[in-house]
Design a protein around this ligand. Sequence first.
Ligand code: ADP
Length: 387
Amino acid sequence: MKSVNIIFIDDEPEILAAYENMFKKKKTLGKLDKFAKVKKEKVANKSSKLWDSFDCKIQFASNGLEGVAKVEKSLEEKSPFQIAFIDMRMPPGINGAETAKRIRELDSNIEIVLITAYSDLNLDEINENVGRPDKLIYFKKPFYNEEIRQIIMNLSSKYENERIKESFISNVSHELRTPLASISGFASFLKSSDNLTADQEEYVSIIKDNSVLMEQLVDELLTSVQMMNGKFKIELIKQNPVPIIESAAKSMIPLFQNIKEVDFEVDLEKVELNVMLDATKIRQAILNILTNAMKFTKKGKVRIHCFSENGDFYLKVSDTGIGIPQDKVKLIFDRFSRIEDNHHSIPGLGLGLSIVKEIVYHHNADIMVESELGKGSTFTMRFKGIA
Ligand code: ADP
């Protein structure tokens, strides 16, 4: 039996009663079927084996605020609703879109079905306001029971699969973190020892550098889970961006030192202006871009450069690496995208730039890429400066 918690929010008692009817067991439905005048209704009321394997716990609310309160309570009681069916028009209270928005603020995972009889909705506006359009469905009245059941069965499976995927990634990442921290920590400890031969010193450096890269991959995985379940939060604080960039760049110096044929040039101009920034997230974005530059450059130079121009703040990372084919440039910010032809042997999950894109988006900033195959790439971030 699959257990599903569902809430129906509608101001019309007859509609709530119709929903309730849908969950009555077969016997009652059989009786109802006898009286059904239209054949379609008979068909619609028929149960299926699959539907019978669902154990639906249903609650009702007759207005938006009551619905929001019930969702809040379910979260407190650690028994959240997987699906909310919300009527669009519920005068005189808050409408369905506003109800959905408030519910989404409380629970980023719930699947929302907005029931509407109108075709003139501004879908872009509602999607934007409510958030997570991947978990928002519009459904027009009138509907048949079977359609609603189908939605419930599909959405609850989707919800469950997402939960399994997220908890799997996040458990694996947390489990990897602790051993990685010891490998990295003990490698640093060994590195500081005086009586290592040149060979031993080199091997310890390799262990250290690779554990740092793996720690970054684990962080990427955890961040991508946060992005998936809407828990990716940014706290913008007005500050000078240069010290953050400097600290991130410095942390990459030891990694570059081990790549003999690549120079790492740090060229940070002092700037007077401030920017609204989340320091931790910007550091993560810079490290992702620098790590890529390092991974995809075998010879030449990687340069990080920042400056201000016309009141904006610019951060550029350029490399003389393998470059990206023109037709692939727009794909590299997608999740799990990797331009495989070029680098079968270079490690990565294809998540780094999707995280960078999300971070840049939350900073109201832009990111641009210029690249030429075989010559190198330049990633430029532009932030609005504040005096
Ligand atoms: P990952 O580096 O883990 O593969 P990213 O999302 O960071 O994932 O990057 C996506 C893809 O974009 C990379 O796999 C690579 O094909 C391409 N790419 C990113 N940065 C560079 C670069 N500096 N030079 C060449 N290709 C790059």
